[in-house]
Design a protein around this ligand. Structure first.
Ligand SMILES: N[C@@H](CCC(=O)N[C@@H](CS)C(=O)NCC(=O)O)C(=O)O
Length: 203
């Protein structure tokens, strides 16, 4: 079997992006749940010296960085259409959406959220909040009111969007009603449900 070994804290961290993607691809997952603190010492740091989750192992390779991992896995399954490949129309729009979520918004949102429960200093919440309150409404104004972000099909950009939106809604920086037309169909996807991706914001 083509099983992927997935290391993370559970369904709340960035491993959830890899988990949802694997369910979209039909890849079986062997879960390795870490307790908080285990990620900063051996044997886990032998896999990921940065001491961060997620890490995946698949086909003999160790994969770190969630967006790179998802991109790589999707590219190994081109029939899935989950990546908009070089040469396809909308390639730039696809890259821009992935960068906006995975780079610009995701790190700030994670810092804002974890500062809220004391995992990092409160100053992280103070420094991230003004930028998030400025940038999130702009992102929402660019979201389609229905359908996928780009290319007329579900792509990894939608998974990246789902993660930032889930964090922003959970932190009450956005209301689910602000993005319902776009987000509800993603929340209803069987693969997202199987990964429990949106369980924290499902009523
Ligand atoms: N850019 C990395 C970020 C990884 C990351 O910061 N993961 C968080 C959980 S979502 C983590 O490991 N936090 C624990 C820590 O920093 O000690 C990725 O996308 O994989």
């Amino acid at each position: 079997m083509d099983t992927l070994d997935l290391y993370g804290f559970g369904v709340g961290d960035r491993s959830s992006k890899v988990r949802w993607l694997c369910h979209e691809l039909g890849l079986p997952i062997q879960e390795h749940k870490l307790g908080f603190g285990e990620h900063r010492k051996p044997p886990y740091t032998d896999l990921n010296p940065y001491g961060m989750v997620p890490t995946a192992q698949w086909r003999g390779e160790t994969l770190t960085e969630s967006t790179a991992t998802c991109t790589w896995l999707a590219e190994q399954h081109p029939e899935s259409g989950l990546v908009i490949a070089p040469g396809e129309p909308d390639r730039y729009a696809y890259l821009r959406w992935v960068a906006l979520f995975a780079e610009t918004l995701e790190s700030r949102l994670v810092e804002y959220v974890v500062a809220g429960f004391g995992a990092v200093a409160p100053v992280f919440r103070e420094t991230t909040e003004p930028r998030l309150r400025h940038q999130l409404p702009i992102m929402v104004s660019e979201l389609p009111s229905e359908g996928f972000l780009v290319g007329g099909r579900m792509t990894l950009a939608d998974i990246e969007a789902g993660y930032s939106l889930r964090l922003a809604i959970g932190a009450e920086l956005l209301s689910i009603d602000d993005v319902a037309g776009y987000l509800r169909p993603l929340m209803a996807r069987p693969a997202a449900k199987a990964a429990q991706f949106f369980s924290s914001i499902e009523g």
